[in-house]
Design a protein around this ligand. Structure first.
Ligand code: AHR
Length: 508
């Protein structure tokens, strides 16, 4: 017999208690030349839905559903060995290269021009990364000139000769990728990297003063270099850059779901620590400027680890990092989105890593269909309904202890107010695996707001997935029971569920 244990949580929302406006780029994503992200993912000329440029329309349409405002490209680890020149000009003259980050062969059929065209097709901006692993200042300068300089110089005229008359004006640039990681091609110590980033930033801004720059933080909070790396790199680059990057991936390798669902608390601490380091350097420099955070790689990643060890080296676009996401992964992704929103005052950019096939919300079969993984839904909900101002909630929830965390609230929740539309959205994860969560939210300053809908993503089986054969096994339903009573939202949040409670003044 299954025994259920209902837990309780209360929240207070006050209209004037606001954290920050959400920068829409919080809902960015990432496409790397890795596995089937590009080839067989966004690009497959022979596919029945391919457009004249070879881009899959079925995939593009799912990307549009997510309303992703920015996509990081072309890596990732890939970028640290990439020659951007290989991917421009006539396709039949582009070289095939051994790709050392993932030990595959890169055909270079898609490069900066193709990707920029695709970005327009899916209504997104490109967040471009430069190679500071095997290359440096010279390539950074030339690449910037190729992309953003109007014309009348060698590299801008080269772009024009390739058929792209208008400069792209790509605004957001990453100064390399995970440069502290020993796995990175051309990995560096903090001082070496900081100086290289500083000098690269100088020439890039020399070409285009309007760009924004992201300097690499540590590749993870668990790295031995963490904290000291950020402090040293920012000390060298503070005046040249706008953002510092954070990356994190979580997994449930030991099948301990209560502990897994608490991992977003690690993300909260990671964000707070990086803010503290940025502000320490600010104080040291007596600077008026604040450095913001670009959480440009985050997700669940572990399901595919074993399969990836079996991949034959030097294949073209093999199925790498193809995590098939479960219901419980969607819950953690929901909580991670809320961690980003909670610090929307400092986290201005974030990229779900990645977008298609490679640890991604969208999966495809090469030559076949495309479908939404479980994690597609919390990401889409946040991207669509999580725009506006994040409110500072007061939360009182029953709690539990797990292997790595103490006082884990069963309720993980945040709210976003869209004042222009008179809409309020409450996002909530019920981490209780043994029953519902009795949720009471005191709405202060929200007179006249009524429920529009209460979306719920839940499944009896926390390991349930969506596949090509069963693409709609785990889907949200508008069957939540939230109602407004005497100025409070009352709802029973189902066991282990992701909830989106939408309210509007106009709903009455
Ligand atoms: O997103 C997959 C990989 O994870 C990226 O290439 C790298 O930056 C990180 O280690």
């Amino acid at each position: 017999m299954n025994v259920t244990h209902t837990r309780k949580a209360k929240m207070i929302l006050e209209k004037d208690y606001q954290i920050s406006e959400v920068d829409p780029r919080l809902y960015g994503s990432f496409v790397e030349h890795l596995g089937r992200a590009v080839y067989g993912g966004i690009y497959e000329p022979g596919h029945e839905t391919a457009d004249k440029d070879g881009f899959r329309e079925d995939v593009a349409s799912l990307v549009r559903e997510l309303q992703v405002p920015v996509v990081r490209y072309p890596g990732g680890n890939f970028v640290s060995g990439y020659n951007w020149e290989d991917g421009v000009g006539p396709k039949d003259q582009r070289p095939r290269r051994t790709e050392l980050a993932w030990r595959t062969v890169e055909t270079n059929e898609v490069g900066v021009n193709e990707f920029s065209q695709w970005a327009k097709k899916v209504n997104t901006e490109v967040m471009m990364a430069i190679n500071l692993g095997s290359r440096g200042v010279d390539a950074a300068r030339n690449f910037m000139e190729y992309c953003n300089h109007p014309g009348g110089s060698y590299y801008s005229d080269l772009r024009i000769s390739h058929g792209f008359t208008e400069p792209y004006g790509h605004k957001l640039w990453c100064l390399g990728n995970e440069m502290d990681g020993p796995w990175q091609i051309g990995a560096k110590i903090a001082y070496e990297y900081g100086r290289l980033a500083q000098e690269s930033a100088k020439v890039m801004r020399g070409i285009d003063p309007d760009i924004e720059l992201v300097v690499c933080g540590s590749s993870g909070r668990g790295m031995p270099t963490f904290a000291e790396w950020e402090a040293t790199v920012l000390d060298l680059t503070y005046d040249e850059v706008d953002y510092i990057s954070l990356h994190t991936y979580y997994g449930n390798r030991d099948h301990d779901t209560p502990n897994f669902l608490a991992r977003s608390m690690d993300m909260d601490q990671f964000i707070d620590s990086v803010i503290a380091i940025c502000d320490y350097v600010k104080a040291k420099k007596r600077s008026k400027k604040s450095i913001h955070l670009s959480f440009d790689e985050w997700n669940v990643w572990f399901h595919s680890n074993e399969a990836d060890r079996q991949i034959e080296p030097w294949s073209i676009a093999p199925p790498q990092l193809e995590d098939i996401y479960t219901m419980e992964d969607a819950l953690l992704v929901g909580s991670m989105l809320m961690s980003l929103l909670r610090r929307a005052d400092r986290v201005k950019i974030a990229c779900l890593a990645q977008l298609v096939n490679v640890i991604a919300p969208i999966m495809t079969e090469t030559g076949g269909s495309a479908w939404r993984q479980t994690i597609f839904y919390p990401f889409m909900h946040a991207s669509i309904f999580g725009r506006g101002v994040v409110l500072q909630p007061v939360v009182k929830s029953d709690k539990y202890d797990s292997k790595d965390f103490t006082d884990v609230p069963y309720l993980d929740s945040i709210a976003v107010l869209n004042d222009e539309q008179d809409e309020l959205t409450v996002f909530a994860v019920n981490r209780n695996l043994e029953g519902a969560l009795d949720f009471d939210c005191d709405l202060r300053g929200f007179q006249g707001y009524a429920i529009v809908e209460h979306l719920v993503l839940a499944h009896d089986d926390l390991q349930a997935t969506n596949t090509a054969l069963q693409p709609d096994n785990v889907v949200p339903k508008a069957d939540g029971n939230a109602l407004v009573e005497a100025g409070h939202i009352k709802a029973m949040l189902p066991q282990a569920s992701w909830n989106v409670i939408r309210l509007s003044k106009r709903a009455q």
